[in-house]
Structures are given as structure tokens and as C-alpha cells.
Design a protein around this ligand. Structure first.
Ligand SMILES: Cc1ncc(COP(=O)(O)O)c(C=O)c1O
Length: 463
């Protein structure tokens, strides 16, 4: 977590200002800012929150969310924001779509509000629907509650499957800079190898360098880049001892896709050495990038697919999809979990998948990508000294801020807050990026207006 440079007394034990600041009032069809921010009446509750939550939780902007609908969130003091966060790149069909709400309300009346691993029709219906949407090689669905658990279990499945093929085939590859979740295994697959708090790091997880640098154009010989870096690992691991490679299908913090040629070479290498290719589609699945699954952009086959977030756009649900040969390696009851595929989450997922189709939201994500790209290009040309590059696919984009890490991080934080003061809700990435990830259903003019607010905020900060 980056440090705040604000004087103590002004910080809400978190990263943003506590003292209400004057705002310019804003009233459009999409945004409304009518008070100082933080709202003076909300400061006590924000302070109380900082007292009861651990410091690690104290990073969001000091706004108390009260209601949300579609592409907007609101507080109870008359302020309303265009939401470019989709919470954490999650509400693909928007906040609380009416079809999801009414399906959940109706189902709640049945009283089936807990289920553990007993059978139900609603869970089966969702599993079958997910398999219809997934590639043909996916035959089974292993349900979980959150994305980190799906990754954690894919990790276990891959190793169990690997060692049945050949003793010693338990090594796992991942890319530097990936994020796969916070639990012990998922965390070790994330970021860099250096994690001082781990008393003993798993020595059988190996990191490949992420191929794309920020602002780099897709011109390198990516097949050669893959071959070179995978051979560089040969002093650590024999390729035939690799069980799986995890791919964050698009690196979330910076909305960075991998080059197609790189992915195709990786897939060929994986086939040669019987390595499972595991796509982490927790953030990118269900239309976010303009396809059902983002790995479709690479034209390669997935062995396992981890899903979460946008599968419901609302309630918690995650899963691993894959062939029976891999998903069946554990014996009945070897792992149990209490809440996976909660009935209400299954109902929400089924309604959400229907909305994605009925409202053609996946095509909308592709169409709106060109709006985002053209607005971000004009923003970049207005601020050449402050915007280093922009990147992304579909409805997940990032603005990479220029400058030394500390300066750019500080600018990202200040910009986040200035945007919130202008009626644009953002989440702070803790990195020198601003993420543009609205719900897929955002109207075109709200999308343009939101990116315009980033320009106004940047102008105010850098004038
Ligand atoms: C790519 C990716 N994988 C895994 C996770 C972990 O999911 P969860 O936060 O639901 O545990 C996230 C969450 O942000 C993610 O973006």
C-alpha cells in the first residue's frame, strides 16, 4: 500500500482526506455533486469505520455508498456518481439489474437460503448453462465462492493431475505482475517472487517476465521472447516437470493484454510438454473484454478456466471449468466448502447471463471499446507530460501516468479523488494507473462524460 504524504490529522487513517473540501456543484443527466466531500454529515461514520476496520481496509475514497443502479452509485446526501469501477471490475450488467433483483427476490421466498453440497435444480441448471458457454473441452464445473478460491483449487488440481502423469510434475509457471488473489497459493502465483512475509516460499512456482511493457507497441518477435524466457528457466525446472502455467488473461492492474503470437507459442510449448494452460478469467470473463472469455482474443485453447466476479455481476460465486480428467482427480469429500454456489448466487448468475445475451452486452463492450480508445487518445494528446500510455480491451482500460513511481502514484491518488469530486467514481489501484471499467451497459454519453471528467480533474491538478 503506498504511503500517504498528507499531514497527520488530515488523514482518515486511510489514504484520502478527511476534512470536507468545497466542490463545484454539478448536475447533469448522469452526475450530481451537491455537497462538500467527504460529506460533512458522513465524517463521523467514516471515522467510525476507520476505527473498526483494519488499516488494510482503509483505502477507498471517503464516500458512503447508499444506493446503486446500472452505471451509477449514490450516497444519501443527494450526490450521484458515474461508476467507472464496476466495484472491482465486477458489475458487468450494471449495479443490481432489475432482472437479477427480481429473480433473487422470488427465489428467496422459497426459503432455500443454504445448501452446502446437497443437490438442487438451480445449481445444476447453472452448471449446465456455464458448460454451454465454455469451450467444448470443459466438461465439469467446480464451484467456489470467490475468485481466489477458484485459483487455489485450480492450483491443487493441476498439481494432483501432474504428479499422476509423472512424479515430479508439480512445478507451476506464472508471469511477474499477475494478480491471482490473496489466499496462500493464489498470492504466491501473483506479483514477483519476493515475498518476505512467507517463511518458506513455494520453490516450485517459477516466474516468467510479462511480455508487454507499458506503452510498447506489439512489434517484437514474441515467439522468440517466449522461447528465450522459458529456456532461461531450464536451470530451475525441466519443462516436462511443469504441471501448469497460470495466465492472468489480461493483467488487471494495468489492463495489459498479452501478445497473440506469444500466447500461441506458449500454447504450442504447453502441448509439447503436457502442461495445463490455466486462464484466470476472474476479472475478464463474461463479456468484459468483448468476448465471453478474454482468452478467445488469443485464438488458443484453455485447459482450465477460473471464473468469478462478472458471472453474477452481483452476489459471490466462482468456479473452475475444465475437462473431467482434471476436475475428477480429487476423491469425493476430499475438500468441502460451506457456501460454494449458494442458491441465491446461482439464481443471480442465471439471470445475469440472460441479461448479457438479451441486451447484447458483449457486442456492446466491443462497440464501446472504440469510444473509450478515441476518448483516451484525445486525453493523451492533451496531457503528453502526464499520460505515458493507455491500454486495454473492451470495457477494461487503464491510463498509465507518467513520471517516477512516487510522483505517478501520488498523481493517481490525487486524480482519483479529484474525479470523485467531479462525480466520477473510481477505485484506487495503488499503482500509477487510473482504471476505466464501467458496467457494459453504460450509455455512450455517460461514458464520454466520465472520461471528460478525468480530463477536467487532470487539468485542475496540473494547471
Ligand atoms: C484476475 C483476478 N484473479 C483473481 C482474483 C481474486 O478474486 P476474489 O477477489 O474474488 O478472491 C481477482 C480479484 O480482483 C482478479 O482480478
Amino acid at each position: 500500500m503506498p504511503q500517504t504524504s498528507q499531514p497527520s490529522g488530515l488523514v482518515l487513517k486511510n489514504m484520502f482526506l478527511q476534512e470536507p473540501q468545497k466542490t463545484t456543484s454539478i448536475e447533469t443527466a448522469h452526475r450530481r455533486i451537491a455537497t462538500a466531500l467527504p460529506v460533512p454529515e458522513s465524517v463521523e461514520s467514516l471515522k467510525a469505520a476507520a476505527d473498526v476496520y483494519p488499516h488494510v481496509n482503509c483505502y477507498p475514497v471517503p464516500v458512503v455508498w447508499d444506493r446503486a443502479e446500472g452505471y451509477q452509485v449514490a450516497d444519501k446526501y443527494g450526490n450521484r456518481w458515474i461508476d467507472f469501477s464496476s466495484t472491482a471490475v465486477m458489475c458487468n450488467t450494471g449495479h443490481g439489474h432489475p432482472a437479477i433483483r427480481s429473480a433473487v427476490e422470488d427465489f428467496a421466498r422459497t426459503g432455500l437460503l443454504a445448501q452446502f453440497s446437497f443437490a438442487s435444480d438451480i445449481r445444476l441448471e447453472l452448471a449446465q448453462r456455464l458448460l454451454e458457454l465454455a469451450p467444448d473441452s470443459c466438461e465439469k464445473v467446480y464451484f467456489w465462492t470467490v475468485g481466489s478460491e477458484a485459483i487455489e483449487s485450480a492450483f491443487r488440481l493441476a498439481r494432483e493431475y501432474g504428479i499422476r502423469k509423472r512424479p515430479g510434475k508439480y512445478h507451476i509457471l506464472t508471469h511477474s505482475g499477475d494478480y491471482h488473489g490473496w489466499t496462500l497459493g493464489a498470492h504466491q502465483l501473483s506479483g514477483k517472487a519476493d515475498k518476505p512475509w512467507l517463511a518458506s516460499r513455494d520453490q516450485n512456482i517459477h516466474f516468467l517476465p510479462f511480455p508487454m511493457q507499458i506503452g510498447q507497441t506489439d512489434e517484437a518477435d514474441w515467439a522468440e521472447f517466449f522461447d528465450r524466457n522459458v529456456s532461461a528457466l531450464s536451470n530451475e525446472v525441466d519443462a516436462d516437470d511443469v504441471a501448469a502455467i497460470f495466465i492472468e488473461t489480461l493483467q488487471g492492474w494495468g489492463a495489459l493484454p498479452l501478445p497473440v503470437e506469444y500466447m500461441q507459442r506458449l500454447r504450442a510449448w504447453a502441448d509439447e510438454h503436457e502442461v495445463l494452460v490455466i486462464f484466470d478469467e476472474v476479472q475478464t470473463g463474461f463479456g468484459r473484454t468483448g468476448k465471453w472469455f478474454a482468452h478467445e482474443h488469443y485464438g488458443v485453447r484453455a485447459d482450465l478456466i477460473c471464473i468469478g466476479k462478472g458471472v453474477t455481476s452481483t452476489l459471490p460465486l466462482a468456479a473452475v471449468l475444465g475437462p473431467a480428467a482434471v476436475l475428477d482427480v480429487l476423491s469425493p469429500g476430499e475438500i468441502t466448502t460451506t457456501h460454494a454456489a449458494h442458491p441465491l448466487s446461482c439464481v443471480a448468475a442465471l439471470a445475469n447471463l440472460e441479461v448479457l445475451e438479451d441486451e447484447s452486452l458483449i457486442d456492446e463492450a466491443t462497440r464501446k471499446q472504440s469510444i473509450i480508445e478515441s476518448e483516451l487518445a484525445s486525453l493523451s494528446s492533451r496531457f503528453p507530460n502526464h499520460i505515458k500510455a493507455t491500454s486495454g480491451l473492451g470495457m477494461v482500460h487503464a491510463i498509465h501516468l507518467a513520471g517516477e513511481a512516487d510522483t505517478a502514484n501520488q498523481l493517481a491518488r490525487d486524480l482519483t479523488w479529484e474525479c470523485v469530486k467531479r462525480g466520477l467514481m473510481l477505485f484506487f489501484t495503488g499503482r500509477p494507473t487510473i482504471k476505466v471499467c464501467p458496467p457494459l451497459m453504460i450509455p455512450d454519453d455517460a461514458l464520454v462524460e466520465g472520461i471528460g471528467a478525468i480530463g477536467e480533474a487532470l487539468q485542475a491538478l496540473t494547471a
